[in-house]
Design a protein. Structure first.
Lengths: 126, 137
């Protein structure tokens, strides 16, 4: 292994946020995949799909806990974080101008934060 | 030794956007770029199409009925079909990446094979959901 040193003491290493992003991308993917299957089986095991049955998938409670809303919120937050990493990677791969890339990353963050607020408002005002 | 100096060595540079059609990607490569395209598509449609549809479907019986009549337009069905494909492809290709992360199926032959499985499953499911969407049953 070649180690790049500044002076005699400092070892130059990364901040390891790439590893963190790698793990987050996988964890959020698994959460969304499991939630997709929960919704899918909830959908096909409910006899006849109408408004109330559909709505129940997102509003059902276990005891006092609003589990339907909590699961949907968890899945959506996973989605936003997952999309942030993915779309930021697209800009980093294809946009070489640092200024334009920064602008696109800021717009991406706003797009996703706005989506989270929009979704939370719809879901939690039920 | 002697002719290596006289022969011009081939140069390989990054692919320019105009050269893309001249490259022929293997199945795993096609699955990979479509994973990216479908992800970007879902990202863009999220607050423009997907959350509004979710909101209409869940807010009230009236908005649910309004959504149902809106979806009966063929153009809307086509847009939905593209998004359904995007979701299914992203889902299936993503599962493949999770399996590859477990160091399963990483050799050349099985990696191309599993990319084929991704296309088979995601396109078959798109056809099933599409038939449901266009009212086959």
């Amino acid at each position: 292994m070649t180690e790049q040193r500044l002076g005699t003491k400092r070892l130059v290493v990364g901040a390891h946020y790439g590893t963190m992003d790698f793990i987050v991308q996988r964890c959020t993917a698994i959460i969304m995949a499991v939630y997709t299957l929960i919704l899918f089986f909830g959908f096909i095991f409910s006899s006849g799909m109408d408004f109330l049955t559909w709505r129940h998938l997102f509003t059902f409670h276990l005891g006092v806990l609003p589990v339907g809303q909590l699961l949907a919120t968890l899945a959506f937050l996973s989605l936003a974080w997952h999309a942030w990493i993915g779309v930021r990677d697209i800009w980093m791969d294809y946009v070489r101008s640092a200024g334009l890339r920064l602008l696109l990353q800021v717009l991406t963050a706003l797009w996703l934060v706005g989506s989270v607020i929009y979704f939370a408002k719809v879901l939690w005002s039920l | 030794m002697s002719d290596s100096a006289s022969k011009p060595r081939p140069q390989f540079r990054n692919i320019g956007i105009t050269q893309i059609p001249t490259y022929r990607l293997p199945p795993a490569g096609i699955s990979s770029i479509l994973h990216r395209v479908s992800g970007a598509l879902l990202f863009l449609s999220l607050p423009l199409i997907l959350i509004p549809i979710f909101a209409a479907s869940i807010t009230s019986p009236e908005s649910y009925a309004a959504l149902s009549s809106w979806v009966s337009h063929p153009l809307c069905k086509l847009v939905l079909l593209v998004l359904i494909w995007g979701y299914l492809h992203h889902f299936c290709a993503g599962i493949r990446y999770l399996i590859l992360d477990l160091h399963i199926g990483q050799d050349k032959v099985s990696a191309q094979k599993t990319a084929g499985v991704v296309f088979g499953v995601s396109l078959a499911l798109t056809v099933v959901f599409g038939l449901k969407l266009f009212g086959a049953w």
